[in-house]
Design a protein around this ligand. Sequence first.
Ligand code: GDP
Length: 304
Amino acid sequence: QTLDKGLEKSKTSFFSKLTKAVAGKSTVDDEVLDNLEEILVSSDVGVNTTLKIIERIEKRVSTDKYLGTDELNKILREEIAGLLSENNTDDNANFAISPSKKPYVIMVVGVNGVGKTTTIGKLANQFKKAGYKVVLGAADTFRAAAIDQLQIWADRVGVPIVRQQMGSDPASVAFDTLQSAVSQDADVVIIDTAGRLHNKVNLMNELSKVKRVMQKVVEDAPHDVMLVLDGSTGQNAFEQAKQFTAATEVTSLAVTKLDGTAKGGVVIGISDQFKIPVKYIGVGEGIDDLQVFNKVEFVDSFFK
Ligand code: GDP
């Protein structure tokens, strides 16, 4: 239900465009396909992924030129779900229910303003509600505001936070956080990291140092490197994904602010292009407005 509400803008826009594109048409001809291509691109699905989808659809309609538009809708839905399936197995959804390691260490990366802190807070709340003991680490030491914001979320959710002064070494905060988590017998650790996209080498060095130091406490940490992207920024989100995946091994995505955009298609494009599963989507500012990404529900809510 919240998903439908959260994606309302994307859905309405996508759907009304699709309806226009096929108005008065009884078959899926080249013009319909051209229009569809334009709609997908303008929904921020991304050019490469759009072409892939169009190609798949072309293949299917070529065997039956007289497919109606209802069938087009159905095929489109199937092909997009198929594309998302390549990166999003059901394990991703299960993760939220049972983290596979203890403590399960999530390192969160992403530039400032994308909703990183909010996502960490919402995530901590979900784990806590599910009965897990959570510890937060404020390793974004570059901005005092980042530490304070995370503190506010920690208080709100009611979970401990490990922090140091602004300007301290992020790796040292991460180290302390893991030590504290281990000694408290915590289940889940979520580490916030600095979101500066300075030069690539710096970012790479910083993130790999944080990882290396964490591994002194928990050998195979982090178990997840989650990149948070603002879904309403379209091509910027693509660009950030490119830079972070070049700097470190990103293992999952959280795409935020899908409620504020008509361009929810970005989820489809980014997941396809970077071959990274989308684990969560943010559909509002509230504490409960974070959903485990479910590809079937996602596609369904677009085409309902
Ligand atoms: P950070 O700098 O990346 O840590 O970003 P914040 O977590 O501070 O979020 C920046 C702004 O985006 C805040 O006003 C949040 O309330 C808002 N925000 C975060 N996630 C969402 C979302 O899913 N939907 C909406 N509408 N707003 C969000």
